[in-house]
Design a protein around this ligand. Sequence first.
Ligand SMILES: [Zn+2]
Ligand SMILES: [Zn+2]
Length: 510
Amino acid sequence: MEDWAPFYQLITENRSKDIESSLLNYHESLQYISDANGFTLIHSCVIHEKEAILDCLIKHEKSLPDANNALILNWINKPNRDGYTPYHLAITKGNLTMVKYLTLSGADIDIKTPLGLGPVHLAAQGDFADLVAYFAEIGISLMDTDSKQATPLHLAAYMGAYYSSAVLVSLNVPFDSKNRDGHTPLHLAVLSDNARIVRLLLLKGASRSIKDAKGRTPLHISKESGLIDIVDMLKPEGVLAKCGYKPLLSPYKYSVRPFIILCTLLLTVSVLAIVFCSQYHTLACYSFAASAIFVLIMLVIVSNINPGYLFKLKGDKLSRLYQDHNYNEICPDCIILRPPRSRHCHYCERCVSKFDHHCQWVNNCIGSRNLGWFYGFIWSLWISDFLLLYICSHAFVFGSKQGGEIEKLPYFESDFIAGLLGALGLLGIFPISYLVVIQTKNFCINKTTSEQFSKGASKDKTNENKNCWLSNFYLMCCNEGEGSYKHGAKSFSSTNSKASDYQMMFEEST
Ligand SMILES: [Zn+2]
Ligand SMILES: [Zn+2]
């Protein structure tokens, strides 16, 4: 074995049998073999992803009569001419199996590349979420900095590596550290025009106001570069977002205030309408009272029912999930494999099956288990609002027939109360009608609000079906809980044998 070129060739061609037979008659060390670029045989195995041959080579070294563990470790950690050890190369290949093998074989996880990149930097910039998760699991720091003071999250944000960014932020790495140029990961996501990572960082609480070394905030940079979508995200959030008609792009602060406001408003309007307007149309008023009570009952049900939260199975490891499944099927926050149509709610910090949206007014997520109830709630609200408008307008008509002399009631004039209630009814009828129309349309085509309005929804064909509108309506409205899960799993199992791996259980309400 004087000329080593054929040996490298055997590795390239994955001829493990030939290598094994060659090594049987060879009793010298392989550690001193390297090519012109400083690649050892281990480098070669890693580059060509030949785990079996690598194992064979290391076993050969350990079987030699004068085997020396320190020298073997030195061989495993030997850098090539560019300063990359086999461990670095295994990471840049995104090969978790090889990385695990080298880790167990004693590879030095602290060696950095000449640019100061550690294992997590390399995995993060290559968007290898499984590797980032694995490094976190074995205790490697996620906050090491390279020669430019960049953390792995800086590199992931700049390289547009969404999945590794998602793992890093789910592990609560600080979002607002600065690199040598004063850039936070948010600055870098904007500089690389990656709206998805900008959204992720904002949802997790990245600061919008930090300035870089040139005094620019992320918003300044997006305006300079003409990135309209990102400018919209970085602007201060408006009334629509705060009222729940547009998704918030900041961490949700739990508050029952919208729910209390809605309950108080419903109760006050109902009592006032009954007290001040019943004299004009008793039947309509009692109908309204009955509908208002029904609305309140529906509200209590929708806000208290488990929307279909998914939960983690014991023993699940994030790196394993990423290794075995598509990255987009995994939720790094919940550490679960998500069934089709489920989504992580950033308000609840949980994944919800058949996620529709999070409703701040009912203080709950809307998902597979309470979609039907929510639909009933908005319909009852709509009917109740129409009855209120009818009562108020009837009060006015009745009053005008009396020549404007409306009977005075204690403290208030009833036309003033009727006018106020009518104005409230009119104000509410537009958003409620919008909700009723949108949800009815969604129910007829078996799509959730999230699926209808997410940017990738139009390209996603997984949920399309050819059922008639009535069947779709049933699936959306009544196929709650386990039923909707069976439906999702059935449609998925036809294309993916891993469907059985789904955590097809719900956490029961307590
Ligand atoms: Zn989740
Ligand atoms: Zn939620």
